[in-house]
Unconditional design. Structure first.
Length: 408
């Protein structure tokens, strides 16, 4: 489920050292199945050659409004019209301070600015990825321009923070190519969860035995992280409560890190009060050692193993599903079931036991740590299979299934 497959993106480059990242962006878009038409300003061509971008996009690059070549299959010498009419979106990356100032005034003295001005406002989104020195970014003139460009209907993305090519450190770096691909994917996603506050739990929990040892499981967190990302793409505010995993936080998602089941319960119980959807994808450890020892348990040389006793952890999902907000469906709860066999029967029983309207079953040993999975959705109507696919594809499908079931 490549969201950009078949989309036509006009990638505009204005002048800035971040142009080197645009080559990578172009490649990433093509990999996602999009077609890319590159348009460059003269300044951009000082930083990276049109040859590179032609080779990567597989199409001639346009730079001049006087270019008489056929554009968009039309020979009327109006590249600024034809190129924008074909586009599903125009992304300017990098958008320099100068280029944004020009757009703001509706000036149109080169092909790229002319094309932006000539784009059908209601059909072709214009997305700008600013890139500049931190002082230029912080300057009141630039900030004023950003505000006005947004008011004029453009999407001006945020900037990255860190080391800059000029040697200074601060705000103003262009977002990384992966983040820009994500922004375009977000544009292409129907906003089925607009206005929803989605809470997702993900990953394993870690139950300490002593300061260096513990009880955990093989959950990688990938499914929960993919659900958080898919919910954000679909327009929700998303908070992700993550057990100990080292996955990067999906863009735009708020993350709370926890370790033990009880930490996770405390975080989720609080956050569930504001949420409208809770997806419990975490593999919560069922038991924890009855006593966590403060100092490392040492071998005493006798060959005797320590005897550990366990107590059951709270069932976080069942607790949240029993709150008045969940029972009245102001909070829609979705549980997961990791089973090793008899998936349908176990998942149906678990749905009833947890008191949730929707339960998502999967075979634990087939999915833990993998990039793909297969899901079985159980609700009061029956069961639906989501066949094996990447976890992100399944997460996007699951988000649509959840949205369909939300009370209107
Ligand atoms: N869950 C939870 N708190 C627990 C255990 C599980 O909130 N202490 C949630 C999981 O996040 C998942 C669902 O309950 O959404 C089912 O988890 P699973 O591990 O499959 O089932 P268990 O309830 O642990 O039952 P069992 O291990 O016996 O299959």
């Amino acid at each position: 489920m490549h969201l950009l497959a078949g989309k036509h993106i006009v990638l505009g480059l204005s002048g800035g050292i971040a142009c080197y990242k645009s080559a990578e962006l172009c490649r990433a878009l093509i990999k996602q199945g999009a077609s890319v038409q590159v348009v460059m300003t003269e300044a951009a061509a000082q930083f990276i050659t049109p040859v590179t971008l032609q080779a990567l996009s597989g199409r001639p690059v346009f730079s001049s409004q006087w270019d008489a070549r056929s554009a968009g299959g039309v020979d009327n010498n109006m590249a600024h019209i034809n190129l924008s009419r074909e586009a599903d979106a125009i992304m300017i990356a990098p958008a320099s301070a100068d280029f944004m100032a020009k757009l703001l005034h509706g000036r149109a003295d080169d092909l790229l600015s002319l094309m932006c001005l000539a784009r059908p406002l209601d059909k072709v989104p214009l997305i700008l990825a600013p890139a500049m020195n931190r002082e230029m970014w912080a300057h009141p003139a630039t900030q004023r321009n950003v505000t006005q460009l947004r008011a004029d209907g453009a999407t001006v993305l945020d900037v990255g923070v860190g080391d800059q090519a000029c040697g200074e450190t601060g705000d103003g770096r262009m977002l990384e190519p992966d983040d820009l691909v994500y922004e375009l994917q977000r544009f292409s996603t129907p906003k089925v969860l607009a206005g929803q506050r989605v809470l997702v739990s993900a990953g394993p929990t870690f139950e300490a035995i002593d300061p260096v040892r513990g009880l955990t499981n093989l959950s990688s967190g990938k499914m929960g992280f993919a659900i958080a990302r898919a919910a954000h793409e679909a327009g929700a505010w998303v908070t992700l409560v993550a057990g100990p995993v080292s996955l990067p936080t999906p863009r735009g998602v708020e993350r709370v890190n926890v370790r033990s089941a009880r930490d996770m319960q405390q975080a989720l119980d609080g956050l569930a009060r504001q949420a409208t959807v809770f997806v419990s994808a975490a593999a919560v450890a069922d038991w924890r050692p009855a006593e966590a020892v403060e100092q490392k348990i040492k071998k005493d040389g006798s060959g005797q193993v320590p005897s550990l006793s366990f107590v059951e952890n709270p069932d976080i999902l069942a607790g949240i599903a029993a709150t008045p907000r969940a029972l009245s469906r102001q909070l829609y709860c979705v549980g997961f079931a990791a089973e090793s066999h008899d998936l349908l029967a176990h998942a149906q029983a678990k749905r009833a036991r947890k008191g949730v309207p929707l339960l998502v079953g999967n075979i634990g040993p087939d999915t833990f740590g993998q990039d793909d999975n297969a899901l079985l959705l159980i609700d009061e109507q029956g069961s639906t299979e989501l066949p094996r696919a990447s976890k992100l594809t399944l997460a996007r499908q699951l988000v649509v299934e959840i949205a369909r079931r939300l009370p209107t």
